[in-house]
Design a binder for this molecule. Structure first.
Ligand SMILES: Cc1ncc(COP(=O)(O)O)c(C=O)c1O
Length: 367
């Protein structure tokens, strides 16, 4: 189709994970455990749910750009409202950043196999997209700094990273930052911030108020609000000012903004979710390592398992589906030997490990 630019032609539509109902029907299993999308297995924050219910009566009114949520975030993080943006998930804000700042000749720089949402957004802008390989499943920050050229406009870093689950430390980021020219915008994607923040080596980017860094966070993970689409960002007021020119004016929705405000106050749910995740991470990491698998130690709400080859990764993914356990194959990210498993509730995690044990035993018996 001549209408379509070549960089759009080259993309493939995002394939949403299959629903539990689809898996149930396709494989004839009674129950399904979905550990594929890094969602909160405890459900949504109850306070957020209550806020959504309260807002239902006023859905005839247009949203106001999430002004109350911006105010509450500014207060909570000791910033000015002008330093805060809210949007339809952190991906919504990433999309705004890409539209606001990238020109045709600019380049985007990031790691290989970066978070797929960012890959798709950047590639769909048609600019040059350059990557640097991982070093032991971590961002290679020195190599990224060395790869900056005069056309580099945006560097994208996720910390913790999806899909590897690894972090870079404060010390590593400081050294990296010193080598990046101020004209380059660094996106620090902290979608999994809450899971990592108690690690003393983790660099909470709120401590950096650099003019060329934008921090992105989300309510999709620890607050269990992935379905409502609400995320936020912090940056210099000039940066935010320009983003607000480009952002869809009625983003986020009334329900999403109200859910965000209420979720920020739901300390009990946050605590419970963190405990559940810490238990899940420990259990999955130890149990799968005990089965002889290569597990990348994680600071987020998922783990990455690296199989000996592509065929083994595909096989394990398919066999788990047959047993009603849905995980994420990482070929689309660019890591065809790996799968990603989100932490579930305790019973779901146990079922996942038992299913993997069974897959390994069945395969060994056939060989
Ligand atoms: C690193 C990273 N950034 C952003 C997102 C998307 O978050 P949101 O739901 O706020 O768009 C995800 C979701 O998986 C993610 O893993």
């Amino acid at each position: 189709m001549p209408l379509v630019p070549p960089y759009i032609e080259a993309l493939r539509p995002y394939e949403a994970g299959r629903t539990a109902e689809e898996i149930r029907r396709a494989y004839g299993v009674e129950t399904v455990v979905k550990l594929a999308s890094n969602e909160n297995p405890l459900g949504p924050s109850p306070l957020a749910l209550a806020a959504i219910r309260r807002e239902l009566e006023s859905l005839n009114v247009y949203p106001d750009g999430g002004s109350e949520l911006r105010r509450v975030l500014a207060e909570q993080f000791d910033l000015k409202v002008d330093n805060v943006i809210v949007g339809s998930g952190s991906e919504g804000i990433m999309s705004t950043i890409i539209r606001a700042f990238l020109c045709d000749e600019d380049e985007v720089l990031t790691t290989e196999a970066a978070f797929i949402g960012f890959q798709v957004l950047a590639r769909s802008r048609g600019v040059r997209y350059r990557t640097v390989p991982y070093r032991a499943w971590h961002y290679d920050l020195p190599a990224l700094a060395a790869a900056v050229n005069e056309r580099t406009k945006i560097i994208y870093l996720a910390n913790p990273n999806n899909p590897t689950g690894t972090i870079f430390t404060r010390h590593e980021f400081d050294a990296f930052y010193r080598h990046v020219p101020e004209r380059v915008l660094i996106i620090l994607d902290e979608a999994y911030f809450e899971y990592a923040k108690d690690n003393p080596r983790y660099p909470d980017s709120m401590h950096y108020r650099y003019d060329n860094v934008i921090t992105l966070r989300t309510f999709s993970k620890i607050y269990g609000l992935a379905g409502v689409r609400i995320g936020y960002g912090f940056a210099h007021e000039d940066l935010i000012h320009n983003l607000l020119k480009v952002k869809l004016p009625f983003e986020p929705s009334v329900l999403a903004a109200a859910a965000g405000v209420a979720a920020l106050g739901d300390k009990e749910f946050l605590h419970r979710s963190l405990e559940c995740n810490a238990r899940g991470l420990r259990f999955l990491t130890d149990a799968l390592a005990g089965l002889g698998l290569e597990v990348v130690p994680s600071e987020a709400n998922f783990i990455m398992v690296v199989l000996p080859g592509e065929e083994e990764a595909r096989h394990l993914f398919e066999e788990l589906l047959r047993r009603g356990v849905v995980v994420r194959p990482l070929a689309a990210f660019g890591l065809p030997r790996s799968i990603r498993i989100s932490t579930g509730a305790d019973a779901g995690n146990r079922r996942c490990v038992e299913a993997i044990r069974d897959c390994i035993a069945t395969r060994a018996a056939k060989e």
